[in-house]
Design a protein around this ligand. Sequence first.
Ligand SMILES: [Fe+2]
Ligand SMILES: [Fe+2]
Length: 194
Amino acid sequence: MLKATRICFTVRRSLCSYKSKEHDIISKIIRVDHAGELAADRIYAAQMAVLGKTSVGPVIQHMWDQEKHHLKTFEELIPRYRVRPTAMLPIWDVVSYALGAGTALLGTEAAMACTVAVEECITEHYNEQIRTLVALNPEKYKHLLEVISKIRDEEMEHHNTGLEHDAEKTPFYSLIKSTIIAGSKSAIWISERI
Ligand SMILES: [Fe+2]
Ligand SMILES: [Fe+2]
C-alpha cells in the first residue's frame, strides 16, 4: 500500500514538472513574440514619421498596419496563456523607435536594409518556434501554430519588400544588416528570460 502511494506521488510529481516545463516553453515563445512585435510596431512608426510623405510612405504604412495587428494578436495571447510580459518592454520601445528613426534618416535604402535585417531574423525565429511546437504537441498548440505561421508569412513578405525597395543599395549594407541581426538576436535572448 505504502509502495503504491509512493509510486503515485512520484508519477504526479513528474507530471507536474513536465507541465511546468511545457508552460515555460510556451511562456518564452509568447513573451518574446510579444516583445518582437512591439519592437516592429515602433520601428515602422519611426520610419513613417521620417519617410511617411515620401514615395515609400504607403509601403511602410502597409507593413506597419500588419505589425499593429501582430502586436494586438500577442497582446491577446498574453492573458490567454497566463504569460508575464518581458520587463524590457519600455527599453525595447525606445531602442526600436531609435533604430527605425536612425535608419530612416539615413535614407529609404537604409530603412529598407533595417527591414530586411529585422524581418530575416524574426522569420528564422518564428520557424524555430514552429518546429518546437510541432515537436511538443501539434494538436494542443494548433491555434498557436496557425497564428505564428500566418505572421511568419507576413514577416517574410516584409523582408522581400525591403529587398524589392533597394535595401542592398544602401552603403555598408552588409555591416548594417549584420549589426541589426546581432542586436535583434541579443534582444530575443534577453526577452525570453527577463
Ligand atoms: Fe510582425
Ligand atoms: Fe514584419
